[in-house]
Design a protein around this ligand. Sequence first.
Ligand code: PHE
Ligand code: NA
Length: 452
Amino acid sequence: MSSHNVWTHKGTFLLAAVGSAVGLGNLWRFPYLTGENGGGAFILIYALTIFAVGIPILIAETMLGRSSRQSPIMGMRHLTKTHGSSRAWESIGWLGAASAFLILSFYSVIAGWAIHYTWQMLTGSLIGADAGTIGAGFDALLASPALLTLYHTLFIIASGLIVGLGIHKGIESGLRIIMPALFIILLVVLGYSVVHGDIGAAASFLFTFNIADLSLEGWLQAMGQSFFTLSLGMGAIMAYGAYMASDASLTRTAFAIAFVDTAVAMVAGLAIFALVFGAGLETGQGPGLMFVTLPLAFAEMPFGALVGGVFFILVLGAAISSSISLIEPVAAFLVERFDMTRPQAVMLMVIASWAMGLLTVISFNIYAEGTIFHTLFGRSAFDFIELLTNIFMPLGGLMIALFAGWSLTHAEVMKEMHTTETWFSVWRFLVRFIAPAAVAFVFLRSIPHVEG
Ligand code: PHE
Ligand code: NA
């Protein structure tokens, strides 16, 4: 057993997990994927997956982390050994490391856009700008591989430094301010968009659905997004769970994380789409959605430069607390397994992800739609990496559900869950049957139809 210490505060796991969960997935990815997939039907599948699949797996993943008290890969090795189960389960850890590496590669590039907009806001360059100007500014950003690489580099170095120096503790106290502040400023933006945008159109776009409208790849994206947004199925939650106090409630914590994460996504979605419909912008414009709609609101609202600047700084705070949770499990594994020092392990992970991120950088310019690479491969590298994560995370979650559901004994689960027999049975039914069936159903439906 390694010598992980337990977080002193009961609430610290919750805070760290919320820090991991709430990020670009809520503010950037959720609205853009919803817009590309036509709204309500996407949200329905997303929400169903969160509650019927996500929460039970969230409990399972925390449980595996807490009962092994090691990094995901070593933890799974330990658990399979003590259970005499097949070593094949260790692939949960490996698959998770692959997901973390892929996600960090593009996450850092997108977070870089937020650095750009923080700067744009604080210098007041967008005050009074109209939709055309803001759109053109965004296009110019994407057209510059050099600028995108610069921001990507800054963000990934900052994340690496935090994990490498082991200063999560400092981040934790920061999160106590960043998370509520982010939520409040989102409500301010929502308030503005209720008055100046078209909230009615936004609500009907988001909450009315015709399930037949959702493409088969849309099903995969909706399920992938619900894992992505909860940081699920790749080891981040397992790694944090390893530090969770033994007497904290797994169930209550999982519900709290899912609730906060969903609330942030919904408020961001409502605000963004109210602005989109109010200004006659396109819902399906893709990854730029948040970055061309929110600055439009900040361009016009009183004290917009300041509010916008603070907003993007908070976005960066939320993004960094997520990116450190991507680095942490991989770094912890490299330290435990290969006897690396922490800085070496972090450096390795960060450099590899950074290099991979260059593929995302060029996906918006020299490898964008219409270029020869794109025509050759049928989708951009960024699209391809996102597709892989939409498969890897649910696959990791599926294995976590099966392992926790079938390999752990009643006594072991109860030791972690301390709950009633009824809830235990419900949970076990969900992880044994419902979650795996749901993931398999979406995979079987959609993957054969993913077009090149
Ligand atoms: N959940 C984070 C977000 O929504 C992204 C993330 C995924 C973080 C997986 C860690 C692990 O932004
Ligand atoms: Na999230």
